[in-house]
Design a protein around this ligand. Structure first.
Ligand code: ATP
Ligand code: SF4
Ligand code: MG
Length: 337
């Protein structure tokens, strides 16, 4: 274990304590009402704490509710969504915390989004203004957040672009002139400008080659190392291994395990059978996909939603396992080492 990993491990042990948390989420549920009375249970009873200086990676198969969870925290859900639970965002320098799920749109728009909570969106093209160049959007964001002089704005915009590995020569391009990877980097630069205490990065490395993935991940890590908190939503387990302190695994709308990254990726491994399956599916590990498909979120079973795919399922699994001691499973796997 490197010295850096030891430090991370120590931090992971002390992380998760509500009193130190930048963000403290409890019982967060989001359901969508569909026509005909059907509902989609996109997120169910999610809970975690995220401390200053910490990176929590949120992983899980497509459609398990990761982006909906992030959107709920920023009040960006559509009108057919119903949200419950609490998500306390620590106040600036001793001020009272804000419950992001109870805050009104004015508070979220004026004081939270982009200022206290930054977002690297999963669909960057949709978040960039089509009729303005990247430079002008970066400078406008600097102006809105800091109100500095034109020269300082230009410098801050170029600095953010550099941090996100966005090439200076492309700053005067319009969004439609950017590849997917460049749009991704432009969105990351926009999110970094506010130096928000909490950064939600939703698949920030999609469309980037490995070198750029590592560079972007390292820049996000630096953001956390400066005392901020980072929620990294990603399919890229290598990026999560590179920068995360802890890993939260989501399945069918529920967080099923939260583990320190050094244990999750190390010889002991995660304890939830689904989390094991995710790791074993990687080409550089067992390269064995998890059989079957996740359930429809509009028709979730009473018991453990992973049971039809789980090699350890028993009759007991027809009752839902509680999430206790950072794990929701009736028959958790034993540590591998
Ligand atoms: N407005 C909506 N109305 C109904 N269902 C929705 C709505 N938005 C999202 N969903 C559903 O919520 C579930 C979770 O979606 P979400 O986008 O959070 O998945 P994800 O984990 O981010 O997936 P991916 O890894 O592909 O980005 C999906 O089943 C999706 O179809
Ligand atoms: S509760 Fe049962 S079915 Fe669900 S993951 Fe654990 S062992 Fe498998
Ligand atoms: Mg998503």
């Amino acid at each position: 274990m490197t010295a850096e990993n030891v430090l991370r491990a120590l931090k992971a042990v002390s992380a998760g304590r509500a009193e130190d948390a930048v963000l403290s989420v409890r019982d967060l549920s989001v359901r969508f009402r569909l026509r005909g009375g059907r509902t989609v249970e996109a997120v169910s009873d999610a809970g975690f704490d995220l401390g200053a200086g910490e990176c929590l990676a949120l992983v899980g198969e497509s459609g398990c509710g990761k982006s909906v969870l992030a959107s709920a925290l920023l009040g960006l859900l559509p009108g057919n969504a119903e949200t419950s639970g609490t998500a306390l965002l620590a106040g600036p320098e001793g001020a009272a915390a804000t419950d992001l799920l109870a805050a009104d749109e004015k508070t979220l728009a004026r004081t939270v989004r982009g200022r206290r909570v930054g977002l690297v969106p999963q669909s960057p093209a949709a978040h960039l203004t089509p009729v303005r160049t990247v430079r002008s959007q970066l400078e406008e964001t600097v102006r809105a957040l800091t109100g500095t002089s034109r020269r300082a704005r230009r410098r801050a915009a170029e600095d953010a672009a550099g941090r996100a590995a966005f090439p200076a020569g492309h700053l005067d391009r319009y969004p439609h002139e950017l590849s997917g990877g460049l749009a991704q980097r432009a969105a990351t630069a926009l999110a970094l400008i506010g130096d928000a205490r909490l950064l939600l990065a939703d698949e920030p490395t999609t469309g980037l080659d490995r070198d750029l993935v590592d560079r972007t991940a390292d820049e996000l890590r630096r953001h956390a190392d400066d005392g901020r908190a980072l929620l990294l939503i990603t399919h890229d387990l290598a990026a999560a291994e590179r920068i995360a302190d802890r890993v939260a695994v989501m399945y069918a709308g529920r967080i099923v395990e939260i583990a320190p990254a050094h244990r999750f990726f190390g010889p002991a491994g995660p304890r939830h059978p689904y989390a094991r399956g995710l790791l074993d599916a990687l080409p550089d590990r067992a390269f064995t996909p998890i059989p079957g498909m996740p359930p429809e979120l509009s028709a979730l079973p009473e018991g453990c939603a992973f049971a039809p795919r789980c090699p350890l399922a028993t009759e007991l699994c027809s009752t839902r396992p509680e999430f206790t001691a950072d794990l929701a499973c009736h028959h958790p796997e034993h540590p591998r080492a």
